[in-house]
Design a binder for this molecule. Structure first.
Ligand SMILES: [Fe+2]
Ligand SMILES: [Fe+2]
Length: 169
């Protein structure tokens, strides 16, 4: 199966863990949903690779962290179209249902997915691995949203400056 180029750079040990997930068409289909400044797939890969590396250093269950984190936003819809008003609190449960329907998950992986939105969403973490992924998700998401905001601000400033320049002749 041909992977997009950004998958080629994955650590081989990490890639071996998540390969069975990435081979699934619906996981790769996350690349079709925009999420922050990127797609749901590239966001999930960013969270998963960082959380996996940290979990190894901390002596946690790194394989479950890699798999659970890759599926934490496996909700498979475009949240910007307004058809899912409960997205902030509900998408973790949708992601878990989608993941369960397609893969065999262990309890740590399931908890990573369903608890990743705490404290906005429930439940609270049952494992340290879930707390780690949730924290990394928040850090990565903050960076992505900041990039998006900065891009918008730059575009606005550019259009304002262009109009001003045109008005001033
Ligand atoms: Fe999420
Ligand atoms: Fe996320």
């Amino acid at each position: 199966m041909d992977y997009p180029r950004y998958l080629d750079d994955l650590d081989p040990e990490y890639a071996a863990i998540v390969a069975p997930l990435l081979e699934h068409a619906d996981v790769r289909g996350m690349d079709g949903f925009r999420h922050h400044d990127r797609t749901a797939l590239t966001h999930s890969l960013a969270v998963s690779t960082r959380a996996w590396a940290l979990a190894r250093r901390l002596g946690l269950d790194a394989a479950s962290v890699a798999r659970g984190a890759l599926l934490h936003d496996f909700f498979l819809y475009d949240w910007r179209d307004g058809r899912n008003p409960h997205h902030p609190t509900g998408h973790a449960r949708v992601a878990l249902d989608n993941a369960r329907a397609r893969f065999s998950l262990n309890p740590v992986e399931e908890d990573i997915i369903v608890a990743h939105m705490w404290p906005i969403g429930k439940p609270f973490y049952s494992y340290r691995e879930s707390a780690l992924v949730s924290l990394v998700d928040k850090l990565v998401s903050t960076k992505e949203v900041t990039v998006l905001f900065a891009r918008g601000l730059a575009a606005f400033a550019w259009s304002l400056a262009s109009r001003l320049a045109a008005a001033l002749g």
